[in-house]
Design a protein around this ligand. Structure first.
Ligand code: AMP
Length: 286
């Protein structure tokens, strides 16, 4: 079967309304395209649990800073379509920038504390852009559930907060980060990396593994965990650290000492050359 490609918001809404009337459950998988196996894993998981899976492809200018890579963000819609079909997806919503943000557009969604730290500090306005576009994509696709990757850990917390605060009634599912065999987290931006940088990028994964093993061994002192991770990162001077922290998995607060039962997230971001990389790992006693 071929893919249903929908470009207008009103067509998308009519299709979703009709499907809902038929009693179909709908899942939405928001992406910026240039899909890889990580995205495919979200689609495959959504297909397992829902009758209809709508993948969205939209490179959202609102979530890029003025000096970020919006213009050069990689694009390949034909390849994306093949990946969606192979993952079992049958619908793709690809609106234009004009369709999403016509000249008279004037509403944005701003989220509190959870969006202010980490990515929020280094990418001002990023989460406002993310929340606004995701709310619009939800309004267009009218899903029962939406699938996001743990790769963008803080984003999953921000979206959950928005869905709760605005009573959107959408079930948010978070899917583990898919990695290349080397351990590098898959990302559309990995195409920017030279072969040498791809090797250097493995330092993020080593630092996170080090942090996790300390926690596994019973260390709950935040600074000590962070220092050990930073020591590993220091072994790769090309990686310019923005943050390297351990935080509470649900609130991103950073107590001096974690308790035995806390869910902990280790978060790293920084630049390798011109490419910004982020990665994280979580630990839970349960
Ligand atoms: P993006 O196209 O980068 O905006 O990502 C779209 C969705 O795919 C987001 O929910 C990401 O967290 C998720 N995603 C990106 N990379 C991965 C990965 N390596 N594994 C799992 N999910 C991912």
């Amino acid at each position: 079967m071929s893919l249903n490609v929908i470009q207008s918001i009103s067509d998308m809404q009519s299709i979703s309304n009709a499907l809902r009337k038929e009693g179909k459950s709908i899942a939405c998988v928001p992406t910026m395209g240039y899909l890889h196996e990580g995205h495919a894993s979200l689609i495959r998981e959504a297909v397992k649990h829902h009758d209809i899976v709508i993948t969205t492809i939209f490179i959202n200018p609102l979530q890029f800073g003025p000096k970020e890579d919006f213009e050069r963000y990689p694009r390949d819609t034909e390849r994306d379509i093949a990946i969606i079909l192979a993952a079992g997806g049958k619908y793709v919503f690809i609106p234009s920038i004009y369709e999403m943000y016509p000249p008279e557009f004037q509403t944005t969604i701003s989220i509190g504390n959870i969006s202010k730290s980490f990515e929020g500090l280094y990418r001002p306005g990023h989460f406002e852009g993310v929340a606004t576009v995701v709310a619009k994509l939800f309004a267009a696709t009218k899903p029962d559930a939406a699938y996001f990757g743990q790769k963008d850990y803080q984003q999953t917390l921000v979206i959950k907060q928005m869905v709760k605060d605005l009573n959107m009634g959408i079930d948010i599912q978070v899917i583990p980060t898919l990695r290349e065999s080397s351990g590098l987290a898959m990302s559309s931006r990995n195409v920017y990396l030279s072969p040498k940088e791809k090797k250097s990028a493995l330092v993020l994964q080593s630092a996170l593994q080090t942090g996790l093993s300390l926690i596994r061994d019973g260390n709950r002192r935040r600074i000590s965990i962070e220092e050990s991770m930073k020591d590993i990162l220091a072994g790769c001077p090309e990686f310019e650290i923005q943050y390297c922290n351990a935080a509470l998995g649900d609130t991103l607060e950073m107590p001096d000492e974690f308790s035995e039962t806390d869910q902990i997230v280790l978060l790293i971001a920084g630049f390798l050359g011109k490419t910004r990389l982020i990665d994280n790992m979580t630990w839970s006693s349960k």
